[in-house]
Design a binder for this molecule. Sequence first.
Ligand code: SF4
Ligand code: SF4
Length: 609
Amino acid sequence: MNPTSIPAERAALRELREATIAGCSECGLCVRECSFLKKQGTPKDIAASFDPGNAASLSRPFECSLCGLCTAVCPERLELDALFLEMRREAVDRGCGEYPGHQPLVTYERLGTSRRFTLYRLPQGCTTIFFPGCSLSGTRPEGVNQVFARLQEGDPNIGIVFDCCLKPSHSLGREQYVSAMFEEMREYLLGQGVREVLVACPNCQVMFEKFGAGLAVKTVWEALAASGLQLQRTTGTVTVHDPCVIRYAEPVHGAVRTLLTRQGLTVEEMPHSGRTTVCCGKGGAVDMLAPELAASWGALRKSEAAGRRIVTYCAGCTQALGTHTPTSHLVDLLFAPARTMAGKTRGARTPFTYLNRLRLKKRYNIMKGTAVTRERTVAPEKEKKKRPFRSLIVALLLVAAVIGVHLSGATHYLQQEKLQALIGSYGALAPAIYILIYALAPVLFLPGLPLTVAGGILFGPFWGVVYAITGATIGASLAFLVARYVARDWVAAKLTGPKWEKLDSEVALHGWKVVAFTRLIPAFPFNLLNYAFGLTKIPFTHYLVATFICMLPACIAFIVFSSSLLGLIRGTVSPAAIIGIGLIVLVSLLPLLYRRFKARRNGNGTPPL
Ligand code: SF4
Ligand code: SF4
């Protein structure tokens, strides 16, 4: 969607912007507390310079974690986190709010609301449910069982619901989708007579408080503290990280500290706690677009913890802070205190989190007693429209094409030797035309893969690589030079957003290594990337050499494979085909290996918000 095609700014955003411009005295209190504001300026600056028709302006709020600390410290009582959330919603309304970096989180949520992962188990007479949430269920299924068993002692009719609270989409500004999905859940629960929800995750808590009209919300920590639950005792000193999304929930903060002191632990506070707590680094999915900002908040927590074990009650915070300093989830401490204080308990990581959720579902699906059971069958928007069967259709078309070629007798014409002899008869003209086409393709945004495949078929594995890499390097260079010298302003207007801004700053820091990295790990679309590098300060020769060398592995893999493609279609599996497939698999694994490395480094596994 064209960002300028929606003329009217959201009314709520306009009001918040006007209030901020009028009310902010630029005292700097919020800026002092926040890495995002240190980078972007005071809220007044941001509100005044916000331009809903400008993609760069629309991308900026996705670097704010929505933690609300600015709001908490503002003497003018401005609603700043609400302002940044409205800006995100504005971006989504204008079709500018979808970033590839958020995709894992969106997938995580989509699975969480899918039929496979959801379960509503409501015994007869059930008025209260336990809603453990995706993160705790995935990382600590035994903790879910322990908590539920204690809750059942107090209320034998308590139900359990495994579903996603939709906080990821809420934070990403997908307002309409959240409303529709949450409303469906709310109406169902109310229709079944449910009136109270006990949550274990602060994100679920805020979602039920915001959208769950008619449902009272309480945390399991408050319920357990009030129940007089007998706990195994331990000794030691801990400090508590209150999740930022519930910074004003004083009864919850108190209940957590009550449980810890009841266990015999000494609780010492960090400078930021309760209403002035800080983000763990994962709020608003900032870590997915601006990891350096996320890391700064984790580092702050590490310095404030000063060697004391942090206890928190959000699975996402536990994982994020755990990459900086010893951190435990409250549920581990309640039910395995000695092991937890010794640092021996750890939440599960992806993909085991998904397995744990399926196991939990299985366990509660066969729970004894009469109960109403349902799985959520309301499919998220796009999923119904686009995704199902797409890969299957492509695979079926390929199979049909191969069968068609065989049945029609066309295999006779698919003889590489004949084709290559025909091409050879044109002498130097054939490779020259091939290189010319390949050189123009990136400039015209045409896909390079079909050309690479054609190169392998027409020229064989050696000359195919020579001609393809020559054409691709010339094409990448042309696009670079166009962006640098011919159409700089036009290209710059197109390539806006945190990802492209980050590319610029990374190139300034690391130079040709960024070119090498992005050629090997295709995190950016190839054709756009060529233009984007033209806007950076990298010397052309560095770009040229790094591009040429680092495009070679993928080029060799695809050319070697495609040089044997016609034989494969005829049913001949040659050594070149096997080597080519092996090389393609190796090259294709690079992004996956990189993502795993990055996830491990950032502590990802449970993408919380
Ligand atoms: S909500 Fe948090 S991250 Fe965003 S501006 Fe305020 S303090 Fe900074
Ligand atoms: S604390 Fe409030 S008044 Fe001060 S700079 Fe921030 S928004 Fe403005």
